[in-house]
Ligand binder design. Structure first.
Ligand SMILES: Cc1cc2nc3c(=O)[nH]c(=O)nc-3n(C[C@H](O)[C@H](O)[C@H](O)COP(=O)(O)O)c2cc1C
Length: 335
């Protein structure tokens, strides 16, 4: 209700400015909001008890700087990041565009973040203020060549591991040149082996923390089935499907349709659900899927679960529908 009054003002601003403004306001308002009862529908996934099935997707809180305030919105889990080993500025602005007539967003942020050490400091400060599950999403720096990508992921993993409930390796952002090439069979195998080795070593001192792999929606069915076989063979703990799409055909003719970057929101919904369904059939329930992409209503969240996801995440829906969407999705996805 309140958000529908605020939204026209936010949408009159530059998209990135509105994003900063929303987070700053939420930080201020957050302390006034009551702490929600998150545990409406506890669900075991990847060996973790999630208080409910609805999480915040990565990219909104890249530095983990707003955990306490975002936690007040009722999410059962928050995924912060993508964080890279070193800080980096991301792409030049403008790099974030709303496509309101399609309820979509195009972004080419390019992993702008303050680096893994800054994220950890933020997480340490605010972790106690949030009772839900915390995921930390890791990536590689722009200037790290793909041949050295594993080093970046392992370095970030080592640093975030003690502070996360689960870790996501993001190999599907379209905004870091070459990143999606890490989804090819050879590259992904070598990355998973490296991450699993590091995970085994870290588990001895910090306990076992699951690692999920986040994939793109722009994969052929054959590629999805091939990836599923690799995920099973190497015992990946979870798959997050999907990231943004580079396919802009759903918004052809719109003002920003020609902008470079990944498209999210309603235009990616069907594609993302198709990937989830194809992946779920190929995995035959052996590895849990976290479904994300175009959840703009509580029914969309249910659709992702029906396609085979065990949990869902959203980002663009929050921009278009506001915090009410979280409450509605949590209620509708409860058993
Ligand atoms: C502005 C913006 C920035 C994003 N940044 C990241 C990121 O850093 N890491 C990541 O894994 N996904 C990132 N994403 C992708 C989202 O996590 C999500 O996978 C995608 O937007 C589809 O979900 P949605 O339709 O609910 O937004 C970003 C999305 C948006 C809109």
């Amino acid at each position: 209700m309140l958000y529908s009054l605020v939204r026209p003002f936010l949408f009159s601003q530059d998209a990135e400015k509105a994003h900063q403004l929303s987070l700053a306001s939420l930080d201020k308002l957050g302390c006034l909001l009551p702490t929600p009862n998150l545990s409406s529908n506890p669900t075991q996934v990847m060996g973790i008890t999630f208080p409910n099935r609805v999480g915040l997707a990565a990219g909104l809180d890249k530095n983990g700087a707003h955990i306490a305030a975002l936690g007040k919105l009722g999410f059962g889990f928050l995924e912060v990041g993508t964080v890279t080993p070193k800080p980096q500025a991301g792409n030049p602005k403008p790099r974030l565009f709303r496509v309101p007539e399609h309820h979509g967003i195009i972004n080419r942020m390019g992993f702008n973040n303050d680096g893994v050490d800054a994220l950890i400091a933020n997480v340490k400060r605010s972790r106690g203020d949030y009772a839900g599950v915390l995921g930390i999403n890791i990536g590689k720096n722009k200037d790290t060549p793909n041949e050295k990508a594993n080093d970046d992921y392992c370095l970030a993993l080592q640093k975030v591991y003690p502070h996360a409930d689960y870790i996501t390796a993001n190999i599907s952002s379209p905004n870091t040149v070459g990143l999606r090439a890490l989804q090819s069979a050879d590259a992904i195998k070598s990355l998973i082996v490296a991450l699993k080795e590091a995970q085994q070593a870290l588990a001895k001192t910090h306990g076992y923390k699951p690692i999920a792999i986040k994939i793109a929606p722009d994969l052929s069915d054959e590629a999805i089935v091939e990836l599923a076989a690799i995920f099973s063979e190497y015992a990946v703990d979870g798959v997050i499907a999907t990231n943004t799409t580079i396919d802009k055909s759903a918004i052809a003719g719109a003002k920003y349709a020609g902008e470079e970057g990944g498209l999210s929101g309603l235009p990616v919904r069907e594609q993302s659900t198709h990937v989830i369904r194809t992946l779920a059939q190929a995995l035959d329930d052996s590895i849990p899927i976290i479904g994300v992409g175009g959840i703009m209503s509580a029914d969309d969240a249910v659709e992702k679960l029906a396609a085979g996801a065990r949990l869902v995440q959203l980002y663009s829906g929050l921009v278009y529908r506001g915090p009410e969407l979280v409450k509605q999705a949590v209620a509708k996805t409860a058993n």
